[in-house]
Write a protein that binds this ligand. Structure first.
Ligand code: CDP
Length: 233
């Protein structure tokens, strides 16, 4: 296994890229947020809860959460073909599962809550940035929720366990081990995907690193929400 010596910009192995978060970035939505980590930027907009049509899709017990993840064609150096793909369908699905646990959807029977995520700039970790932005947008939309959800990718690059892999690290030596993780602010894991090889002790170390990082992201999410309401007054 190749030794991984040094990260770009002297970043430590347990250090995330620079983070920026903002709430209320899309005026036409019921809730919205932006989350940036390094060169990856996700925008999330929420519409709803509103009556679901066609009506036969309605559930009298609960609202339905619909998530749509999309990467803009200009988000990567090589133009990304517009429109849905197997990848975007999969990411939309896991995003919904990562978020739904914290939402009290039973409060909104017969309705739908739509979450639209657009990646405007991509340099790895886009599903995690999307989930983090969507959680803030749902809170901003006033949807009843028990906790926030934050998300980060951890993994193994060469011989090192690292947090927040960038694109070069994901591609290191033909492919690193990439583990996107989402956690509630109550400490529950709502997403864990594993692409690559890792031993059990290394996986435990990586999850611990994800937990610490998600706690830091939660603080940034809370600050962005507080700042928005401070400015509103
Ligand atoms: O973005 P994330 O790490 O959640 O998902 P991925 O499927 O592992 O994609 C990793 C990265 O590959 C993305 O963040 C983009 O930087 C890049 N990518 C791309 O350049 N073109 C695509 N059509 C899809 C992904």
């Amino acid at each position: 296994m190749k030794t991984y010596e040094k990260r770009k910009g002297n970043r430590k192995f347990d250090e995330m890229r620079e983070i920026r978060a903002e709430v209320g970035v899309i005026k036409s939505a019921d809730g919205s947020a932006m989350f940036q980590i390094g060169d990856t930027i996700a925008i999330a907009a929420v519409r709803g809860p509103r009556e679901l049509h066609p009506r036969f899709l309605q559930n009298p017990q609960t609202a339905i959460l619909r998530c749509n993840y999309d990467m803009a064609s200009f988000s990567v150096p090589e133009r990304k073909r517009p429109g849905p793909s197997r990848r975007s369908v999969e990411i939309s699905l896991v995003t919904g599962k990562a978020l739904s646990q914290v939402l009290d959807l039973a409060q909104y029977p017969n309705t739908v809550v739509d979450v639209f995520i657009v990646i405007v700039q991509a340099n790895a970790g886009t599903r995690c940035a999307g989930i983090t932005a969507a959680s803030m947008a749902l809170a901003h939309a006033g949807i009843s929720m028990k906790n926030l959800v934050s998300s980060i990718s951890v993994g193994k690059v060469g011989d090192k366990i690292v947090v927040d892999l960038d694109k070069d690290e994901e591609d290191f030596e033909g492919g690193a081990t990439d583990i996107p993780v989402a956690m509630t602010s109550g400490g529950d894991i709502t997403l864990l995907q594993l692409d690559g090889e890792i031993t059990k002790p290394e996986l435990m170390k990586a999850i611990e690193l994800a937990k610490k990082s998600c706690e830091k992201i939660t603080e940034v999410q809370k600050k962005a929400l507080k700042d928005f309401y401070k400015e509103e007054k």
